[in-house]
Design a protein around this ligand. Structure first.
Ligand SMILES: NC(=O)c1ccc[n+]([C@@H]2O[C@H](COP(=O)([O-])OP(=O)(O)OC[C@H]3O[C@@H](n4cnc5c(N)ncnc54)[C@H](O)[C@@H]3O)[C@@H](O)[C@H]2O)c1
Length: 263
């Protein structure tokens, strides 16, 4: 680790956006505690990224497990305090308010909202002045597509939680921000593409979704991780309570096509 190395915890860090964040922190020389429910993926991550990474097999919907993990992390912070928490664990489920089963609603709320709330409850006390929390929300906190009632609601709730935590912990010198990605090339996105693609290939569906973003493509995990890393760093010292879109212009664009606009 480099001399300026810090220690951070990342939920959902074994794949997708969370993994991108883990790789970015590791590249900066930081030590990273990774919480994920996929024990095999955690083991592979540790093997690949080396001893800067320590994995904990934790389901973020399990409050008791989160508290126990925070205690373990707290007890192994010999190399310096925990300077950041990134909450990236999340799931995508589909349905309108009418046809979403109660069990699916409960699952989405437990993971996507409770998983952030209780990770913060357990880990914030370990973070001293100068530290920060970054929550991965979504553009679906601002605008919905069809059939994502519970997911969209949960992402909106995260932005409210981020503002509330930013206000509560400003006096402690802890900053709290959200990133709101558009489509990002992750296992989650590819699972959705396979589910809805019909007889088209997953690559074709992902490329088509990319074209709905003004920049013409979906994001890489590294592009989102760069913003997470910035928000978690002292370079963002006066940024708190913010929600930063990383969406290739998706939410800047109105779906209006003028007659002369051939695109
Ligand atoms: N991929 C996108 O296009 C996109 C866009 C906007 C927001 N997001 C959000 O970004 C976050 C990460 O999404 P992703 O696309 O990287 O997902 P992903 O499914 O590719 O990876 C998610 C990781 O979180 C872990 N995880 C899931 N549920 C968990 C739980 N209950 N406890 C512990 N770990 C758990 C998984 O094992 C996996 O390692 C999610 O909150 C998602 O809603 C994703």
């Amino acid at each position: 680790m480099s001399s300026g190395a810090r220690t951070v915890a990342v939920t959902g860090g074994a794949a997708g956006i969370g993994r991108g964040a883990v790789e970015r922190f590791v590249a900066a020389g930081d030590r990273v505690f990774v919480l994920d429910r996929d024990a095999d993926a955690l083991a592979a991550l540790e093997a690949e990224l080396g001893d800067q990474v320590t994995g904990f097999a934790v389901d973020v919907a399990d409050r008791t497990a989160l508290a126990a993990c925070a205690q373990q992390v707290g007890g192994s912070l010999a190399g310096g305090p925990l300077s950041g928490l990134v909450c990236a664990a999340g799931i995508q489920r589909y349905g309108t308010v009418v046809d979403t089963p109660a069990s699916t609603y409960d699952e989405v709320m437990a993971v996507n909202v409770g998983g952030v709330f209780f990770a913060c409850q357990s880990f914030l006390p370990l973070i001293p002045r100068g530290g920060s929390v970054v929550v991965v929300a979504s553009v679906q906190a601002y605008a919905a597509q069809h059939n994502v009632a519970a997911y969209s609601m949960g992402k909106g709730a995260l932005l409210s939680l981020v503002r509330a935590m930013a206000v509560d912990h400003a006096a402690d010198g802890i900053r709290v921000n959200a990133v709101c990605p558009g489509s990002v090339d992750t296992p989650m996105l590819r699972t959705s593409a396979a589910q809805f693609g019909g007889d088209r290939s997953t690559d074709e569906v992902v490329a088509e979704w990319g074209r709905s973003h003004p920049l013409g493509r979906v994001a890489t995990t590294a592009e989102v991780a760069e913003v997470i890393h910035f928000l978690a760093s002292p370079a963002a010292a006066f940024v708190t309570g913010a929600d930063v879109k990383v969406d290739g212009g998706l939410t800047a664009q109105l779906a209006v096509i003028l007659p002369e606009d051939g695109r």
